[in-house]
Write a protein that binds this ligand. Structure first.
Ligand SMILES: C[S@@+](CC[C@H](N)C(=O)[O-])C[C@H]1O[C@@H](n2cnc3c(N)ncnc32)[C@H](O)[C@@H]1O
Length: 177
């Protein structure tokens, strides 16, 4: 995939400064049948490259109890922490259930194998594909995600080509594209 503005962390930081919320690709209402079939409400879920999507709030409101949200933009994570408090209140159980961490998906060290039961990659690998000149980054990401959610589910919603998504198929159970 050709280089584009989406490969720059600066682009995302700048964008998140001025943007309250944006849902890439499908929203929870469309994904719900797939997510609810694959992921139990008590599952430990990782939402990688969370951005400022309302997916974690919609999932929490629908009964999911453990939602880790990660993004490499500190700007968006800070805003989403504040948004969670604004929506639910500082004393709400939602604060413990919907967690936010600044994390580069390609540099996730010190994570234990099988830390999550399900990983959601909603257009994050699209973004990583923009900076991936020879497929190495997507391959690394794919290997890592399998390690995080050993025996779990990887749910990918993507703009990727079929060849790119085959890398996930090789190593993971793919439920949705
Ligand atoms: C296309 S947006 C998708 C956002 C959200 N998942 C959604 O569905 O609306 C891609 C997101 O991935 C994040 N991202 C890109 N590369 C990343 C990386 N290496 N590590 C963590 N997050 C990354 C961006 O900051 C952005 O929030």
């Amino acid at each position: 995939m050709a280089p584009s503005k989406y490969d720059s962390k600066q682009y995302w930081d700048d964008r998140f400064l001025n943007e309250d919320s944006f849902e890439w690709l499908a929203s929870y209402s469309k994904l719900q049948p797939i997510l609810d079939t694959a992921i139990s409400k008590t599952a430990r879920v990782l939402n990688l490259g969370c951005g400022n999507s309302y997916l974690p709030f919609d999932m929490y409101n629908s009964g999911y109890q453990s939602l880790d949200n990660m993004d490499f933009s500190a700007t968006v994570i800070e805003k989403m922490v504040a948004k969670t408090e604004e929506l639910y209140g500082a004393e709400s159980p939602a604060i413990a259930a919907i967690r936010w961490t600044v994390q580069d998906a390609l540099k996730m060290d010190n994570i234990e194998e099988g830390s999550w039961d399900a990983v959601i990659d909603k257009s994050t690998s699209d973004c990583i594909a923009c900076m991936d000149t020879n497929g190495e980054l997507l391959e690394t990401l794919s290997r890592q995600l399998e390690f995080y959610a050993l025996h779990g589910y990887l749910i990918v919603e993507k703009f990727l080509t079929d060849e790119e998504i085959d890398m996930y198929r090789d190593e993971s159970e793919l439920l949705a594209t």
